[in-house]
Design a binder for this molecule. Structure first.
Ligand code: ATP
Ligand code: MG
Ligand code: FE
Length: 341
C-alpha cells in the first residue's frame, strides 16, 4: 500500500508518500524558519497562512516527484493534532478534501504518534514493545510503546520541553532561531565542564524531567560575563545529557521487558545525545534505535508511516474528525504537566 502523509502542526509544511515496505517514494518539507526568525519563535497566524498557501502545491509536487497520480494512493493520513490549531486545520481539511474527491480512506494521525512510530519506518527490525524517549520542541516524555495507539507514559517534564530549553538557551547566547542545531554546533567547540550547571531531578525516584532551572542557570551564566559562549553551550548540552541518561536509566528499570531503547523527536537529531543514549542502551544490553536526523525533526514521512501502520490494522477515520489542539498519547497519564511529581 502507498499512503500520502500531510504534516502542518507547527512551522513545517510537509507531504510524503510512503509504502508499507518502508520506501519513502517522495517527501517534501517547506520550512517557515525565515518567516518566523524576525520574531524569535513561531507566530501561529503566520504559520497557518503559510501552510494554507503552500500545502496544495507541495502535495502536487510530491506526487509529481514520485510519478504518481492521487488515484494510485491507498489512503490519506494527516496530522490532526496536537499542535497550533490553525495549521493543523489546514492540513486536516486538505486531507479530507483529497479523501472525499479520490474516494480514499482518511487517517487522522496524532503528531506525537508520528514521532513515536518513526523509528519503525527507519528500522524494520524494531518490534513492540520498546522504550521511547520522545524529545521535541513541545514534549519530553518516556513512553513504553506496546503497539499502534498503545502507549504507557512513564515520565514527562514538569515544566519545559527539552527542545524548548535548547531554543531558549540558544536565544540567550544570541544564536537565533531555530536554536537547537546552532547550539549543538557551538557546543562542539566548548568545554562541557567549564560552567557549573544544575541537573534538575537527577536521582529522583520517578523518572520525570525538569529543564526550567537549567535554562535559568544558562541565563545567569551568560549575564555573569565570566564564561565563553561555547563553554556555556557545551556545559548546557552536557547537563541536558546527564539528566536524560539518569532519567532514562530509571525508566528502563521500571519499564519491564522491552525490545530496544529508542529516541525520536527533533532533539533526537542531536549527535552527542544519540551517542550517550547508545552507550546507555549497550550498558542495559539493548539495541539502540534512532531515526536519521531528517526523520527526527517534523516531517510528513512519519505521518504517512503512522498511516501505513493504522491502515494495516484496518483503521481509518470519519470525514468529520475534528482537529485537536491537545491530544495526549496516554490519556490516563494526564494531567501531569505542571501538576508536580
Ligand atoms: P512537538 O513535536 O512536541 O509538537 P515540534 O514539532 O515543534 O514539537 P520537533 O520538530 O519535533 O518539535 O522538534 C523541534 C525541536 O527540536 C526544536 O526545539 C529544535 O531546537 C530541536 N532540535 C532540532 N535539532 C536539534 C539538535 N541538533 N540539537 C538539539 N535540539 C534540536
Ligand atoms: Mg520547525
Ligand atoms: Fe514534532
Amino acid at each position: 500500500a502507498v499512503v500520502l502523509g500531510i504534516e502542518s502542526s507547527c512551522d513545517e509544511t510537509a507531504a510524503a508518500l510512503v509504502t508499507s515496505d518502508r520506501a519513502i517514494l517522495a517527501q517534501r518539507i517547506a520550512s517557515q524558519d525565515d518567516a518566523h526568525r524576525p520574531y524569535g519563535g513561531v507566530v501561529p497566524e503566520i504559520a497557518a497562512r503559510a501552510h494554507a498557501e503552500r500545502l496544495t502545491p507541495l502535495i502536487e509536487a510530491t506526487l509529481a516527484d514520485a510519478g504518481m497520480a492521487l488515484g494510485a494512493v491507498d489512503a490519506i493520513a494527516a496530522t490532526a493534532g496536537p499542535g497550533l490549531i490553525g495549521g493543523v486545520m489546514v492540513g486536516l481539511v486538505t486531507a479530507k478534501a483529497l479523501a472525499l474527491a479520490g474516494g480514499k480512506p482518511l487517517i487522522a494521525i496524532n503528531h506525537l504518534e508520528g514521532h513515536a512510530l518513526s523509528p519503525r519506518l527507519a528500522d524494520a527490525s524494531l518490534t513492540y514493545p520498546y522504550l521511547l524517549l520522545l524529545v521535541s520542541g513541545g514534549h519530553c516524555q518516556i513512553l513504553r510503546v506496546d503497539g499502534v495507539g498503545r502507549f504507557r507514559r512513564l515520565a514527562t517534564t514538569i515544566d519545559d520541553a527539552l527542545g524548548e530549553a535548547f531554543d531558549k538557551s540558544a536565544k540567550v547566547l544570541g544564536l537565533g532561531y531555530p536554536g537547537g542545531p546552532a547550539l549543538e554546533r557551538l557546543a562542539a567547540t566548548g568545554n562541557p565542564r567549564a560552567v557549573p550547571l544544575p541537573r534538575p531531578l537527577r536521582g529522583h525516584a520517578e523518572p520525570h524531567f525538569s529543564f526550567a532551572g537549567l535554562k535559568s542557570a544558562v541565563l545567569r551564566a551568560k549575564e555573569s560575563g565570566e564564561h565563553a559562549d561555547a563553554d556555556i553551550a557545551a556545559s548546557f548540552q552536557q547537563a541536558a545529557i546527564d539528566c536524560l541518561i539518569d532519567r532514562t536509566a530509571r525508566a528502563l528499570d521500571a519499564a519491564g521487558t522491552v525490545s530496544a531503547l529508542v529516541v525520536a523527536g527533533g532533539v533526537a537529531a542531536n549527535k552527542p545525545i544519540r551517542a550517550a543514549l547508545e552507550a546507555l542502551a549497550s550498558r542495559h544490553g539493548l539495541p539502540f534505535i534512532a531515526p536519521p536526523p531528517m526523520l527526527c525533526t517534523d516531517n510528513a514521512a512519519m505521518i504517512a508511516w503512522a498511516g501505513v501502520e493504522r491502515l494495516a490494522l484496518g483503521q481509518n477515520d470519519p470525514l468529520d474528525f475534528v482537529a485537536r489542539p491537545r491530544w495526549p498519547l496516554d490519556p490516563e497519564a494526564e494531567p501531569a504537566r505542571g501538576a508536580g511529581v
